[in-house]
Design a protein around this ligand. Sequence first.
Ligand SMILES: [Zn+2]
Length: 418
Amino acid sequence: MGPRAWAVISLAILLFALVIVAALRVPWSAPPAPRSDQLAALRDLPGDAVARGRAFHAALRPGSYGALLLGLVIALILGLTPLGARIVEAVGKPFGGNWIAQAILGGFVIVAIGEIVTLPLAAWRETILRHYGLSNQNWSSWTVDLLKGYGVAAVIGAVTLFGFYGLARLMPRWWWVLAAGGAAALTVLFSFVFPVLVEPIFNKFTPMEPGPLRENLIAMAAHDGVPVRDVLVADASRRTNALNAYVSGLGPTRRIVVYDTLLRDAPPDEVQAVVAHELGHAKLGDVLTGTVIGALGAAAGVVVVYLLGAWTGLLRRAGVDSIGDPRSLALLIAVATLAGLAAAPLQSLVSRLIEARADAHALAVTNQPSTVEQMEQRLATTNLADVDPPRLEYLMFASHPSVVERIAAARAFARGER
Ligand SMILES: [Zn+2]
């Protein structure tokens, strides 16, 4: 059996494993609250807050969709015509066509083209955030954040491109085996190191101040069976007025983080409700689930890329002889962009189901559905949420249940229905 047949078998095994993990770890059987309950929740929300959230999202939409469309068009033009391959070749020329220069610098230039074209839309978005009082940034701090983001992406991109094309050169027939394993391993490693290496680049984290709130949170976590050494506070207020909390990391790097804005603006019982939601993620291993799905997906993606290498029509269209040649990188970026867009609805659905389960956990742990509802309302008002977003947008991109769904679920819990 040749490498191609093995690749097909490996892909089938990886996809099967993905289905099994998703079937076992994603709470598929929890439907959102009935639409009539959602509409009742919508009617009870303050009308001016709902209108303001809608206006804010209407203002963001042209820029968001414009950037999405522009990014897609550029990726397709560079990847599905010989233009991208020619750019990579030109970038490598001063280095005598060295493959490392082609892979890393070529990758930077191809990605930079898309970034530069969509940069005005990103700046426009920032002006809208400021106009609505959500962003606290000025242009210099915004630019610093942008450059830090590019720096992180450049390091990850360089490692990925060097590893990918290096393996392809070393083992022209079997590179995909090590590359798939490497992609999965990098995904897992990244989940571990993200909170300690990447998050501190953007924010400062300090242990929550001693006091009754901190003690209550630690006690709630212990009672919940999720021992938490510390609850960390992020200095989010220098960037945003939005309220948030999250859990990240795996094993020794797992942490629960709350924004300082949340401590500033929300009463302690609502902070407790937010942390109870995050405890749900920790207890149910949602970061691990996401990491395993990500790792299997990354490995499967590598095998798909290898198999695409047999599609001579596609390679010819991109002006490339082989997928292992760095000149193929614009084609790979185009394929990844299309795959990402195609996977978005499923990814969003999985995320919403996991988030709804964390909401249910918060209700069960606090047993205070009215506090949870107040907290949802405060988050929606302060963060200018679109409390009941357009259906298509919700299905494509919503990572969380809508505010009206979450409030309806809290009310169903209060009635003893969940
Ligand atoms: Zn969550």
